[in-house]
Design a protein around this ligand. Structure first.
Ligand SMILES: *Cc1c(COP(=O)(O)O)cnc(C)c1O
Length: 374
């Protein structure tokens, strides 16, 4: 592909890589009878929803808007939703489009249950077991608002609740899932064995499409819950669906010096890769090395006036100059969904790389997109 002709900054979503991921996920569905849902929170590129819908069972949403998107763009697939709380007005619409609704608490269930005829209702549980070390991403940290603990469960489970949902993982392998499933069984076995419980949702955070992911243990975990309690198992990965299925291309705009060589690029950490600052993490950059690993080291910074809009320090074989293009990897997930126009910076153009290698312009943004939000 000739990236020099593309308008920067831009994302390129890679259909071939997406299909590779989807084949792995649909293989898990076929091997186990489990149902896999796209967590749209990570990846809402609805241009691909018809394709995704051919491989997996549907979408899950964290809000009415996401639920609508899944319902409209992947019709004839399942639509699930979970949110910490639902407003009364949103809920009226949610029950029109979602087949499964997961509540964060019994009080939320009580508030909305009369509208739930014909809908599969579940409770998100807090199994008080998570191997995530960063509190920001750990729904089981002390004082967490996510889910009901076993001590919050009433003696008699209300009729109308037919499933449990947990989401306690982040970018993890299936050994963590296996230990979590055993822990959920130990604490919630009394609930899981009730005849009214028909399904369990293992949430997201499963890095199923990563090279070193152990699919056998995933299958063992699914079959454990299916075999012991006869449950339908759902998984709702976000990252795993579009892992490594996109990149962000940026152009060097200027080179300056302040103790270290600094390259100003037209992509912003704050606007276009917010997880770089929030997680924080260092995005992979093709053809680069760690600082001082290669001959020429630069600090890469964005075009906003936020002093901390720094992507990171990288080294290169050759000196950078204005007009050079740099390509960051793994930029499909948690990027477009989190983009903003802080400083009036444009949203990146979106291209799609088709399986045959051709690159199509999908969407461009401009002044009106900035103005309309305010
Ligand atoms: C974030 C989230 C997901 C998706 O998580 P990934 O880490 O992207 O796989 C799934 N379910 C719930 C409830 C979530 O909050």
């Amino acid at each position: 592909m000739n990236i020099n002709n593309l308008k920067t900054p831009c994302y390129i979503f890679d259909e071939g890589k997406l299909i590779r991921n989807l084949e792995i996920l649909s293989g898990v569905e076929r091997a186990t009878g489990a149902k896999i849902l796209l967590a749209q929170k990570a990846f809402s590129m609805y241009a691909f929803y018809p394709l995704i819908g051919k491989y997996i069972s549907g979408t899950t949403a964290s809000s009415l808007n996401e639920a609508r998107l899944g319902h409209e763009e992947m019709p004839n697939s399942e639509t699930h939703i979970y949110a910490p709380a639902y407003s009364d007005s949103d809920f009226d619409e949610i029950v029109e489009i979602c087949g499964h609704v997961v509540f964060n608490s019994f009080s939320q269930w009580e508030r909305h249950k009369d509208k739930c005829a014909g809908i599969e209702c579940g409770i998100r549980i807090n199994p008080e077991y998570s191997e995530i070390e960063t509190d920001m991403y750990n729904p089981c940290f002390p004082g967490s608002r996510m889910g009901a603990k076993i001590s919050d469960f009433p003696e008699k489970l209300p009729e109308g609740i037919s499933g449990l949902h947990f989401h306690t993982m982040c970018e993890q392998n299936s050994d963590v899932l296996w230990r979590t499933v055993l822990e959920v069984d130990k604490k919630f076995g009394r609930i899981l064995s009730l005849p009214q419980i028909k399904w369990i949702n293992f949430g997201g955070g499963h890095h199923i499409t990563r090279g070193d992911y152990d699919i056998k243990t995933l299958i063992k975990s699914i079959e454990y819950m299916r075999g012991k309690y006869g449950l339908t198992v759902y998984l709702e990965p976000g990252e795993a669906v579009a892992l490594d299925a996109g990149c962000l291309v940026t152009e060097v705009m200027d080179i300056i010096k302040n103790g270290i060589d600094i390259a100003i690029v037209d992509a912003s950490a704050a606007c276009h890769m917010p997880d770089v600052l929030e997680m924080p993490y260092r995005p992979p950059l093709f053809g680069s090395g760690e600082p001082n690993e290669k001959k020429h080291t630069y600090r890469l910074g964005g075009p906003t006036c936020l002093a901390g809009d720094v992507i990171g320090d990288y080294s290169f074989d050759r000196p950078l100059k204005p007009g050079d293009r740099l390509v960051f990897g793994d930029m499909a997930i948690y990027t477009t969904v989190k983009n903003n126009t802080f400083n009036g910076i444009n949203l990146p153009t979106i291209y799609i790389k088709r399986q045959n290698g051709e690159i199509e312009l999908y969407k461009q943004f401009g002044y009106e997109d900035f103005k309309r939000r305010i």
